[in-house]
Design a protein around this ligand. Structure first.
Ligand code: ASP
Length: 331
């Protein structure tokens, strides 16, 4: 049985313009070219069904494009593929992987990977990542884990993974959980099976994405909140990346409360790991104050993933109670 591989661009597919690395690499290699350059891949004996979905920097990927890939991947597994691999840029991979995880309805592994060093550089990591990703996608041990990021011979659950370094080949980490498995020589070792929420129904989401815009606002030192209303303008939801356990300058609290009366406003932490608390601090702008003003608590979901969840829920037509309930479960 084959693995369906979708190529979406990114560093893993980059080639220098006119042969000079100084001119800047752009995504241009096809899926067939990417896979042809992987030592040991043919010897795995896993037939690949390679498709070129897009060749873009991952900054240009969209929710709609990823939902199209999920639909094509679901058709591929219905036709007999034992797993799915997506190659894409790493910059937005923690978001695309989480979006896929929210809606992936199948037990077959859906693995996302990429590269930090492009194929023209010494020590390019794309080939090793593709080999590991195909191994995982083809392995029955990885079934039922939802979307996975396989990188640097580690398996990360999409729900928990983050890009933590701008250049390191060990950039992907799951600060609150750790990797859930490893690729060791030619075997896949799954070490943990974190619980996964039931998938959201995909139907109807794509059609409503244009009308469901979710802004992300990061609280900063000495922030007077002047930008807040401008950021929220024209949006149907807002995620606030607060300090530490979910705090903002006191000047922002009434503004956020007013916005929470108009749209769902979700409070996350800008720290990159750990939860938003619920009942520890009481000052104006603290987590208890903001929750009292109507903000929803993102729990252990970081701001980027909270934004993916909120936009997906809004596009699916969820109301306030459903959104609050979803954040209580997913956070
Ligand atoms: N800028 C690239 C992208 O996300 C980085 C990468 O692929 O690692 O497309």
């Amino acid at each position: 049985m084959s693995v369906a591989l979708f190529a979406l661009g990114g560093t893993i597919s980059a080639a220098g313009r006119s042969g000079s690395p100084r001119v800047g690499a752009v995504p241009r290699l096809t899926g067939a070219q990417i896979t042809a350059a992987v030592p040991g891949l043919a010897a795995l004996g896993v037939p690949l069904d390679v498709r070129d979905a897009q060749a873009v920097p991952s900054a240009d990927l969209t929710f709609a494009a990823m939902l199209d890939v999920v639909a094509a991947a679901e058709a591929a597994v219905r036709d007999g593929a034992r797993g799915v691999v997506v190659t894409q840029g790493t910059d937005t991979l923690e978001e695309t992987a989480y979006l896929v995880d929210l809606v992936w309805p199948r037990p077959e592994p859906f693995v996302l990977t990429g590269a930090m060093r492009n194929p023209t550089l010494a020590g390019a990591d794309g080939p090793a990542n593709v080999l590991a990703a195909v191994r995982v996608a083809a392995d029955p041990a990885a079934r039922g884990l939802g979307a996975l990021v396989v990188f640097n011979d580690q398996l990360h659950a999409a729900r928990w993974v983050r890009k933590t370094h701008s250049t390191s080949t060990a950039t992907f980490a799951s600060p609150d959980l750790g990797p859930i498995g490893q690729v060791v020589e030619d075997t896949v070792r799954v070490l943990a099976r974190p619980p996964r929420q039931p998938p959201l129904t995909r139907a109807g989401i794509a059609e409503h994405l244009d009308a469901t815009r979710v802004a992300l606002y990061t609280a900063t030192l000495d922030d007077d909140g002047a930008l807040l209303d401008v950021v929220a303008e024209g949006h149907q939801g807002l995620v606030v990346a607060g300090f530490g356990v979910g705090h903002v300058p006191s000047a922002l609290a009434p503004r956020l409360g007013a916005l929470a009366g108009r749209m769902p406003v979700v409070l996350a932490s800008r720290t990159g790991g750990g939860p938003v608390l619920r009942h520890t601090y009481g000052a104006v702008g603290s987590e208890t104050d903001l929750q009292r003003r109507g903000l929803l608590n993102a729990g252990l979901l970081g701001p980027y993933k909270a934004r993916v969840l909120l936009r997906t829920l809004l596009a699916a037509g969820a109301g306030r109670e459903e959104i609050a309930d979803a954040f209580a479960r997913h956070g």
